[in-house]
Design a binder for this molecule. Structure first.
Ligand code: ADP
Ligand code: ZN
Length: 209
């Protein structure tokens, strides 16, 4: 199955994609994670996008499409994939149709107040990328990853000003994809407001139908 997870920042796409990837035995490809890895490794791409991510703006389409094209040429994607955070613009969606057409688009519907609560409380493991929330999914020991013992950090784009920029980018550039995929009969919308386990159950039912 080739799947796209669509939704505003903080919709829970990354958390759900990790669960779904295990359930379906297909790789979870997060463009945000790929960009953060490039920044951490100080690659050419990383140098180009570091400031853009910190401010919460979108990376230009050409760079993003090239990154996804390269990733979808790897051998591990032959049985399908979950794209999390791509496409985020209509030109990206058009490019994906050329590279490898998506079969199902899962749109996570979550209201703004929930988004803000989630993003401001989010903590991420520096070593393994596992996602926590200081209120709803705290680690056993403050600031330390349960899974690997790594240090938890606050993403630079989870600061309030960057959150505002990301939501604006979502509304103007990404939300039109809901209609775009709807017109192509690829879209299923699910309520993303609940706890990860509950949203996961809704997700499993939705992709069977
Ligand atoms: P979130 O969904 O919580 O905003 P992501 O980890 O998906 O976070 O993305 C983080 C940042 O990476 C985005 O704010 C943007 O700068 C960049 N990015 C990720 N995916 C894309 C994309 N498809 N197009 C442009 N920029 C992207
Ligand atoms: Zn960890």
């Amino acid at each position: 199955m080739k799947m796209v997870f669509l939704g505003p920042p903080g919709a829970g796409k990354g958390t759900l994609a990790a669960m779904a990837s295990e359930h379906l035995s297909i790789p979870h490809i997060s463009t945000g994670d790929l960009f953060r890895a490039a920044i951490k490794n100080e690659t050419e791409l990383g140098k180009k996008v570091k400031e853009i991510l910190a401010e919460g703006r979108l990376v230009p389409d050409d760079l993003t499409i090239a990154l996804v094209r390269e990733r979808l040429a790897q051998p591990d994607v032959k049985n399908g994939w979950i794209l999390d955070g791509f496409p985020r613009t209509i030109p990206q969606a058009e490019a994906l149709q050329q590279i490898s057409p998506v079969e199902k688009v899962v749109n996570f519907d979550v209201e703004d107040s929930v988004i803000l609560f989630r993003l401001t409380g989010r903590r991420v493991c520096k070593s393994c990328g596992k996602i926590y929330h200081i209120v709803t999914m705290p680690p056993k020991n403050e600031g330390i990853c349960d899974a690997c013992g790594g240090a938890l950090y606050i993403r630079s784009d989870d600061q309030e000003s960057a959150i505002k920029t990301r939501l604006e980018a979502y509304r103007s550039l990404t939300a039109p994809l809901i209609q775009w995929y709807g017109e192509r009969s690829l879209l299923v919308t699910i309520d993303g407001a609940g706890k990860p386990d509950d949203v996961f159950q809704i997700f499993v039912k939705a992709i069977k139908g």
